[in-house]
Design a protein around this ligand. Sequence first.
Ligand SMILES: CC(C)(COP(=O)(O)OP(=O)(O)OC[C@H]1O[C@@H](n2cnc3c(N)ncnc32)[C@H](O)[C@@H]1OP(=O)(O)O)[C@@H](O)C(=O)NCCC(=O)NCCS
Length: 220
Amino acid sequence: MRALRSRFFQRGTAACPEQSRMGPRLCPNNTEVMAVSSVQIRLKPVTEADLPDYVRWLNDPEVTQFIRADPGTITLEGEREWLARINAPDRRGKTWAVEAEGQHIGNCALHPDESGLNAGFGIAIGDKTAWNKGYGTATVAEVLRIGFEDMGLHRIHLCAFAQNARAIRCYEKCGFRHEGLQRQSVLKGGQWHDHVLMAILRDEWEAAQQHTREGKESED
Ligand SMILES: CC(C)(COP(=O)(O)OP(=O)(O)OC[C@H]1O[C@@H](n2cnc3c(N)ncnc32)[C@H](O)[C@@H]1OP(=O)(O)O)[C@@H](O)C(=O)NCCC(=O)NCCS
């Protein structure tokens, strides 16, 4: 467990096809340096005491609009089984509860593949009052640090519903790049949805860290 003050910059050079759709600051490879979250979060192991929050959040259609969970189906018993699975000794993945200002606000996870070098990432800030305050961005930045620095990963990838503009913006701010679009790949609420594929490589993350250090030095 560690407190985090995240301040993360990203710089790139490529043209930005997303620009007109989402606004200039949404470009994943914009030439501008982007500063992101400066709020504090804490990652901690999930405990039994966190489970009622997950039941409440994952049964909320607004929270689950862009994730695979089906609201109305999540039970405390099911969450207990999930907790046992994530704590299994042979499990490769890492799952954390997210805290901000002493409150449990969500959950995030890294799922390394068999090589131990590539991992999928997932996040849900379930407390809706915590949305749009930078906590998601701070959480992603900290998980990237753990993934690349502590776990030695080479690549971290994710997929997001294409309509989930807030999540996509959050990932772009942390240095994830767009890799493609899976058309109508998810059936939810009786409708097909597109999935955006994004990833960040260790080299890209390290370059962003270096740039952050240089930025700090020039400020001093
Ligand atoms: C997606 C999620 C992780 C983002 O976390 P958050 O703390 O709300 O996001 P942040 O405040 O760190 O950043 C959100 C960014 O998106 C922007 N944003 C918000 N709504 C937006 C919209 N409709 N269109 C474009 N950008 C939007 C915000 O302005 C902010 O960018 P800025 O800092 O440049 O202003 C969180 O909202 C969440 O978990 N939602 C529910 C579950 C979910 O969707 N999980 C992700 C599955 S892929």
